[in-house]
Design a protein around this ligand. Structure first.
Ligand SMILES: CC(C)(COP(=O)(O)OP(=O)(O)OC[C@H]1O[C@@H](n2cnc3c(N)ncnc32)[C@H](O)[C@@H]1OP(=O)(O)O)[C@@H](O)C(=O)NCCC(=O)NCCS
Length: 177
């Protein structure tokens, strides 16, 4: 059964495969403003070394303890099955102005070869108790209007649409039943 875990060097080789898949679909370039883009700029692309995964773990630790300016503390979890990395989900500990408007509490990606198998739906469900533990009763989760997959993931987790801002839909998801 897949489970949500904190990033670990044990899954370094599988995470490197995931990242290669994201790069192959065009992520990680200079225009990628996502957290994955930041991670690749900080840690570099996977190079088969243990140092790379250590830089990844450092990046994720820093997001919790000493986030960059304009970032709030955030925890990244990995969605895994045994030694296989399937996806990543980032839980922001609270909202700032930008996150309240567009970014929301939670962002996620499933590796391309693991999509359309229900993983994102299950991964979002699995992170909600962690949000509740941080005192977040309702999590703001947003997605692009065009992102049918992500809309379905949010709605399957009980997301209630508040509004559309620009090309983003803003949903509130209760973190406890
Ligand atoms: C969006 C994303 C997270 C979906 O992950 P996933 O694991 O494939 O999602 P699920 O398998 O849980 O699918 C949930 C539903 O969406 C549907 N779906 C998934 N991808 C879809 C797509 N590209 N187009 C249409 N429907 C899609 C599934 O068929 C399923 O529908 P169902 O409930 O009617 O059966 C994944 O495609 C991804 O990582 N994309 C790139 C990053 C991204 O967009 N992140 C979200 C930012 S808000």
């Amino acid at each position: 059964m897949p489970e949500l875990i904190l990033p670990t060097a044990r899954l370094g080789p599988s995470y490197a495969e995931t990242v290669h898949e994201f790069i192959a679909e065009g992520r990680g370039g200079p225009d990628d403003r996502s957290l994955l883009g930041d991670l690749l700029r900080e840690a570099g692309r996977p190079d088969g070394t243990e140092q790379w995964i250590e830089r990844v773990l450092d990046f994720e630790r820093t997001l919790i303890t000493d986030p960059p300016a304009h970032f709030v503390p955030a925890t990244t979890y990995w969605w895994t099955d045994g030694d296989t990395h399937l996806g990543r989900i980032n839980l922001r500990h609270h909202l700032n102005e930008d996150l309240s408007d567009i970014g929301g509490h939670i962002g996620y990606d499933i590796r391309p070869t693991a999509r359309r198998q229900g993983h994102a739906t299950a991964m979002l469900a699995a992170v909600l108790p962690h949000a509740a533990a941080l005192g977040i009763d309702k999590a703001l989760v947003t997605c692009d209007v065009e992102n049918t997959g992500s809309r379905k993931v949010i709605e399957a987790n009980g997301g209630v649409l508040e509004d559309q801002r620009g090309d983003k839909l803003r949903y509130w998801v209760a973190t406890a039943p």
